[in-house]
Design a protein. Structure first.
Length: 363
């Protein structure tokens, strides 16, 4: 277990190094030579550790294709796709029919991986493993549970001395697909939350302070004793933050992990096949081994490309990502999309066209 964890931590570090090297390459004189194709994307921070690795690896394999990506949050990615200022976007929140109609052109959603959202905390002397129920988490984010010594938390943690310190609630300050998945979970488990706050990429928080991006929330928690926040698992592991074990729908205490995320993704894949729609929620999903705060993440791609060379390069990259790229996901704590979802992605990618002709017609 420790060896596997060390390998994954090393993978996270290598991903960062690859991105740094890619950044250095961008600045080399002559990088804009004829034949170089540059693709620009923006959006979700949730999958950024994996996407950054994909972009660097794909550039290594295809030096004529460079992919720039701004990790600005799902809301920003959706907005930039709508404005046409990027070649692709990324969002953890699946777009509604209304949002898709507002794009002004057909945009397809490509599910890439699934990830877990960890409840990370900073309690001096307390390691990973504090047990939190859905009711505990709702109470904390509604602003009712204000101390870690609250009886409702103590009741689940016999033998774990929790300090009598104030709870500092941390949430995202930007439009965020991570927030969408987290508030989807809260809405599934609490009628009060659903009625008063709801789910979305941005909500009116009843309590707490904001941090920008997953990295921002992780940073605030790391620097604030007594803090708790919701952060994508890779950021928690990379920053060596403690995180909670959460009681799932089946009543089991489950930690965020590759296996518990994979279990959630399997159920989501069944929904996609049954509904013929990639926009599914796996928050508070059934199953004894399922971690309950999880979700898929998506790339947003204009279906009808206006530049043949860039469109072809983007389609080829996406095909590589949902096939060869998936092997990198487990090392960075993401669950690869199941086989049935890969098949759905293949069908979607074959609908991407330039002037009416499929860009992946030979696939």
């Amino acid at each position: 277990m420790r060896i596997a964890l060390r390998r994954r931590l090393a993978a996270l570090a290598v991903a960062g190094l690859l991105v740094g090297l890619a950044g250095l390459w961008v600045g080399i004189p002559g990088a804009g030579a004829a034949g170089l194709i540059t693709l620009n994307g923006a959006g979700a921070t949730f999958p950024y550790p994996l996407y950054s690795r994909w972009f660097a690896e794909y550039n290594r394999l295809h030096p004529d294709v460079r992919i720039n990506y701004q990790s600005i949050g799902s809301g920003g990615g959706i907005a930039q796709v709508q404005k046409g200022t990027v070649d692709f976007g990324a969002s953890d929140a699946p777009l509604s029919d209304q949002q898709l109609a507002a794009m002004g052109r057909p945009v397809v959603l490509i599910p890439t991986v699934a990830g877990s959202i960890a409840m990370t905390y900073n309690l001096p002397g307390v390691k990973t493993g504090v047990r939190l129920t859905a009711e505990n988490i709702v109470g904390i984010y509604m602003g009712r549970v204000t101390k870690w010594s609250d009886a409702a938390i103590i009741a689940n943690n016999a033998g774990t001395p929790l300090p009598d310190v104030p709870v500092t609630v941390v949430h995202r300050s930007d439009g965020s697909g991570t927030t969408f998945h987290f508030t989807s979970f809260l809405s599934e488990v609490s009628r009060e939350w659903s009625d008063k706050v709801g789910r979305g990429t941005a909500v009116e928080w009843p309590a707490g302070i904001g941090g920008k991006g997953n990295e921002g929330v992780a940073g605030v928690v790391k620097e604030t004793p007594g803090a708790i926040g919701y952060v994508e698992l890779a950021y928690v592991v990379q920053n060596r933050l403690a995180y909670a074990v959460v009681r799932n729908r089946a009543g089991q205490w489950v930690a965020p992990s590759l296996s518990s995320t994979t279990a959630a993704a399997a159920g989501g894949a069944q929904k996609m096949v049954q509904t013929n729609d990639v926009r599914v929620s796996i928050a508070h999903a059934p199953g004894p081994n399922v971690y309950p705060i999880a979700g898929f993440t998506y790339l947003l791609v204009p279906q009808h490309q206006t530049d043949e060379a860039k469109g072809k390069a983007l389609a080829e990259f996406l095909w590589w990502a949902v096939h060869d790229g998936e092997k990198d996901a487990p090392q960075l704590f993401y669950a690869p999309i199941p086989g049935p979802v890969v098949a759905i992605d293949e069908r979607i990618l074959k609908t991407i066209t330039y002037q009416g002709s499929a860009l992946l017609a030979e696939r």
